[in-house]
Unconditional design. Structure first.
Ligand SMILES: Nc1ncnc2c1ncn2[C@@H]1O[C@H](COP(=O)(O)OP(=O)(O)O)[C@@H](O)[C@H]1O
Ligand SMILES: [Mg+2]
Length: 449
């Protein structure tokens, strides 16, 4: 079933509503029934009380009984006057005079001295029996008994009950329909989200859902779409990365192959052979560098940083020591102007990687006899050089993987992964990196922590 929630909701609401409505209906019908019977009872007690008063005052009531029999008789009723033994003294129907009756209402009235009522069914018709004691100087001397059919009252109550049941049934149907509609409104976007998630699972990762709502489901759909957008970006990045890596590996491999083939084909002199082997060696160095960088960047995906308080100036010293031979080749001087007290909370190896990459770039892209200086403050450090600089259009891209500024301008052939790794490490630490540069006059890389 596609809209399970809708039907479950309808069933739950429906059941709760049916129970509530049934309870209310039953209460209403009972109250109505009580009211109707009470009204009827009051009427006949009034009549009985009148007879009783007449009997108490020795007024001859035969005529009245006969007269009132008309009133009672409308309901096929009967009026009797019984003595305390239950013997009928007067009967509006005459046949029972002299007969002894001892029904329940008669006994109740005698025993309690108060009026009593009983309800019966006679020939499938509802009937009521009222008894009313007659007093003579403080003692009960006789009892007035009235019996009437009250089937019309029962019919009226049944009609009332039927009307209420019909109205309630209509309301229940309306409630169930409304809950199905509501449930569908609730589950329909969930069904669509599920379908979209299945699509993504099957590989169509750019699947999105169009749900224009501002509630939680709308927010869920928004997040879902952002997630699928992000997945798409990651997938595109992954593909590009693989193709970049393959390309990067292919270039040195082809030149190694070409050099070796040239060596095989020629009857080489030792000098040329050496030269070729040096080129091959150089290409292999490049390959090794590239593979190392790739390994570092792959490791960064799953690494946990082990942050510790480090004296920044000491870490800079350490990085400078490692790069001195490289700087010496270009007669570049490396300066550490850091405040010795600056402490940075970072992973030592990763910080070293960042410093070496930034200083290495400044040397690589620096001018002969230039300077590279590392300056620190309490919340940032800068790597400043007076090298070739970076043009404005290249600046936003230099942190992308494999991005290199046109090599003919810089004369260097790096892999373009260094700054990508730097950025990743900086992000892992929750730091930020920025760069400002002017072509021809140098660059400043700033890490803020
Ligand atoms: N200090 C710098 N001065 C000039 N250009 C730089 C500097 N640092 C980085 N770049 C430019 O940014 C590019 C990306 O740097 P990076 O990712 O370290 O790659 P790589 O060093 O392998 O070329 C470099 O190719 C270079 O063109
Ligand atoms: Mg680099």
């Amino acid at each position: 079933m596609k809209h399970k929630i809708a039907y479950r909701l309808a069933l739950t609401y429906g059941l709760i509503f049916i129970l509530a409505v049934a309870a209310i209906d039953a209460a209403l019908v009972l109250v109505y029934r009580d009211n109707q019977l009470k009204k009827n009872e009051n009427f006949y007690f009034g009549l009985s009380s009148m007879f009783a008063t007449m009997v108490e005052n020795n007024i001859k009531i035969t005529n009245y009984i006969n007269y009132n029999e008309g009133l009672v008789g409308q309901n096929n009723g009967r009026v009797l006057l019984l003595d305390t033994e239950g013997k009928v003294l007067l009967d509006s129907g005459s046949e029972l005079i002299g007969v002894s009756l001892t029904n329940q209402e008669f006994r109740k009235a005698l025993e309690s001295g108060k009026p009593a009522t009983g309800y019966y069914s006679f020939e499938n018709k509802g009937m009521a029996m009222f008894s009313y004691p007659v007093h003579f100087s403080g003692h009960i001397k006789a009892v007035v008994m009235i019996s009437v059919f009250i089937q019309d009252i029962y019919d009226d109550i049944n009609r009332f009950a039927m009307q209420i049941i019909v109205i309630s049934a209509l309301v229940v149907i309306m409630v169930i329909t409304a809950s199905i509609w509501m449930g569908r409104r609730l589950s329909e976007p969930i069904v669509r989200l599920t379908t979209a998630a299945e699509q993504i699972y099957k590989g169509k990762i750019d699947t999105t859902v169009e749900i224009n709502r501002t509630d939680e489901i709308g927010r869920l759909a928004g997040t879902f779409n952002r997630m699928s957008g992000e997945l798409k970006k990651i997938e595109t990045g992954r593909r590009r990365f693989i193709s970049d890596v393959s390309h990067e590996l292919k270039t040195p491999l082809s030149s190694i192959k070409a050099l070796i083939e040239a060596l095989i084909a020629s009857e080489t002199e030792d000098e040329l052979c050496k030269e070729y082997l040096q080129d091959i060696n150089h290409e292999i160095d490049r390959l090794t560098g590239l593979v190392c960088s790739l390994l570092t960047s792959a490791r960064l995906e799953e690494v946990m940083i082990k942050g510790e308080p480090l004296l920044l100036a000491e870490e800079v010293d350490c990085a400078i020591r490692a790069l001195l031979p490289l700087a010496a080749q270009k007669h570049i001087s490396l300066e550490n102007t850091c405040d010795r007290s600056v402490v940075i909370h970072a992973d030592r190896n990763m910080l070293k990687e960042v410093l070496i990459n930034l200083i290495d770039n400044s040397i690589k892209y620096g001018v002969q006899c230039g300077t590279v200086s590392i300056e620190c403050s309490h919340n940032s450090f800068n790597v400043v050089d007076n090298g070739c600089g970076i043009s404005e259009e290249d600046l936003p891209n230099i942190f992308d993987s494999f991005y290199r500024v046109d090599q003919s301008r810089t004369g260097e052939n790096g892999s373009g992964i260094g700054l990508f790794i730097v950025k990743r490490i900086i992000e892992l630490h929750g730091f930020a990196i920025s760069v400002s540069s002017k072509p021809g006059s140098g660059s400043v890389f700033t890490v803020t922590f």
